[in-house]
Design a protein around this ligand. Structure first.
Ligand code: SAH
Length: 252
């Protein structure tokens, strides 16, 4: 008997940013699989089995979820944000690619609000024109490749959203990334440090590339770095808005 494998995005944190589809998947799953803090975010239900793990064993977690579904269980693999953005969906498909016999399982990927979208919504519309997302984690790729992509993003004048900008194991990478970007972009380029967006400990800092202090960054932060078109709009009270115009080359 074949069960069901749902790959579910939980959004950035608050329940109001969880889609009804995702909430339904979590409620009807017989098994929850995921990085422990994400599993902890799901309400408990009698009879539901929770398989929390640390965040280094994505492929093992994906295999476990596939095996459970093949044994007839209804499995929700949970990720923060969107499951397809630096998260579990790719690990699930990698496991399916490696094991042709497992491909009979029914898989549904359920999207979620990704951190950059939540961060952008908080501060205005910084992703209003071409942008790219880069993970600064060098667990799964060499730092040289990250440097190459940062360089290309700056040269292409993309707005850049940085995920996984720092961790205890790699506290210096964000400083290296900013040094590199400062050598390639204008000092006035707007920067937003958006931390724990949507959660009680949310903190958003607006600054510029020249003035930014990357020391404020932690693993719960999404960093948005503007293009040459991105700009602040001052308000009489409070922080300015930050947006990127729909038309490139529109700056007066
Ligand atoms: N799948 C997730 C990203 C996983 S990578 C998504 O689509 O959002 C984890 C990184 O996401 C963190 O290091 C941080 O850069 C970012 N992130 C996740 N939740 C966040 C939040 N509430 N506020 C700001 N950044 C967040």
């Amino acid at each position: 008997m074949t069960g069901e494998l749902m790959v579910v995005g939980l959004g950035p944190g608050p329940e109001r940013w969880l889609t009804p589809e995702a909430a339904d998947a979590i409620a009807r799953a017989t098994d929850l699989v995921g990085y422990q803090p994400y599993v902890d975010r799901c309400p408990t239900r009698d009879g539901q089995v929770r398989h929390g793990s640390d965040n280094r064993v994505e492929l093992d977690r994906a295999r476990l979820a596939i095996d459970l579904a093949r044994a007839g269980r209804t499995v929700a693999v949970v990720s923060g944000g969107d499951p397809g953005v630096f998260a579990m969906a790719a690990a699930v498909f990698e496991a399916l690619e490696k094991d042709p016999a497992s491909r009979t399982v029914a898989v549904t990927v359920m999207p979620g609000i990704s951190a950059m979208m939540a961060a952008a919504a908080r501060i205005g519309a910084p992703l209003g024109h071409d942008f790219c997302a880069i993970s600064l984690s060098d667990n799964l790729k060499p730092w040289d490749l990250i440097r190459r992509r940062l360089t290309a993003a700056a040269e292409g004048d993309f707005v850049i959203a940085l995920y996984n900008p720092a961790s205890k194991a790699r506290p210096d990478r964000i400083f290296e990334a900013f040094d590199l970007l400062r050598s390639l972009k204008a000092a006035e380029a707007p920067v937003a440090f958006a931390r724990a967006v949507g959660r009680p400990d949310e903190r958003v800092i607006l600054t510029t590339l020249g003035a930014a202090d990357p020391a404020v960054v932690d693993m719960a932060t999404c960093v948005i770095i503007g293009s040459s078109e991105s700009r602040f709009v001052a308000r009489p009270i409070g922080e300015p808005w930050l947006y990127t115009p729909r038309a490139a080359g529109a700056r007066a």
